[in-house]
Write a protein that binds this ligand. Sequence first.
Ligand SMILES: Cc1cc2nc3c(=O)[nH]c(=O)nc-3n(C[C@H](O)[C@H](O)[C@H](O)COP(=O)(O)OP(=O)(O)OC[C@H]3O[C@@H](n4cnc5c(N)ncnc54)[C@H](O)[C@@H]3O)c2cc1C
Length: 382
Amino acid sequence: MKNPFETEEQRAFRDSFAKFVDTEIRPFADEWDEAGAIPWELHRKAGALGMFGFGIDEAYGGLGFDDCFMRAAVAEELGRCGATGVGAALGARNISTGPIALLGSEELKRRVLPQILSGEVGSSLGITEPSGGSDVANLQTTARQDGNEWVLNGNKTFITGGMTSRYFIIGARTGGPGIAGISLFFVEADTPGFTRTPLERKMGWWCSDQATLFFDDCRLPADSLIGPENKGFIAIMNNFNYERLALIAQSLGMARTCLSESIAYANERKTFGKRLVEHQVIAHKIADMSARIDSLEAYLNQICWMANEGPTPVAEISKAKFLSTKILEYCASEAMQVFGGAGYLRGNPVERIYREVKVMAIGGGSEEIMKDLAVRQMGVVH
Ligand SMILES: Cc1cc2nc3c(=O)[nH]c(=O)nc-3n(C[C@H](O)[C@H](O)[C@H](O)COP(=O)(O)OP(=O)(O)OC[C@H]3O[C@@H](n4cnc5c(N)ncnc54)[C@H](O)[C@@H]3O)c2cc1C
């Protein structure tokens, strides 16, 4: 559908990023997924295109402007190539650069942001713990002040980029229980007391790494505290909005691929003497997928416009997050049915998308938690 808000500049950006995905990612996605990693050179290439620089000043290597349509275009095109693990491997840094850019000291921003945004090094955000990820207000990792240092103790898990990142933003408890006792810290991978182990044998996202991080009396300099003490919860919540926007757009891209692959296969495959698409039940699957995709696309465009105009439409982002993954789940399942047995084989893009539906529905705020947040934001529940 035509996006009524789109400017020429946004269209040109989308086209050039789509070309990058088509030439630099799509042909190699299967190979990288099977190998369990992407080449580091891809981080640098994506960095050179500006993929990591939205909302960050040029003085720190950023683009010097923000635009939600462009952010969404990047995520959607990565989703459309059907290998969301590549998007996760590249984009892990995007959920950690926001707190650095917004809350970090001038010295920190000048030292680390150019390295991260150029793709030279990776950075990750560590919020989820083995005891849970949904209940952020109850996180257990602690940071206590000792003289001129902070001492960090606890574990984080499921951290994307955790094995490869040099820099981390970590949520830790510095005060009492609940939301008023949480702060954010900047941690470097070579800090004594910091160790990590990979999470292996995952359902999807094979070419991106997830890790469990261990902080064992990890001593951090005083200026590792990012932003005001005990005010980290609100920073974490604000940071989630762009992550969720990207997940919505990525789900849209994945759903589009389910549709386009289904149309192509249904036109070529014959059963009972005619093409699959000539069986009304199959044609209806295509109509149903397409209608859902169009509605999600229109919703996402409206949200991008609202976010660009401000303030951030938190209720709409929460609703679109769970709606997008339900639409993706539907499209992935129906596309598998269109393919029949062929969809069950490794190497078929629909097979991988089907396996990667659930990480979209759980990561960055699960469907259940998004519904809770939506009704609170709508003022229905307090
Ligand atoms: C591949 C992958 C990558 C990830 N990357 C990162 C990362 O980079 N950084 C990071 O910090 N985290 C990351 N996560 C963690 C992710 O954000 C969490 O998995 C998610 O927030 C859910 O937390 P949990 O898995 O601990 O589930 P839990 O919080 O234990 O919840 C379990 C289930 O119960 C439901 N539930 C929980 N509470 C309620 C309630 N009150 N009412 C109804 N239902 C409820 C949840 O929706 C969920 O379905 C990643 C996860 C995955 C799978």
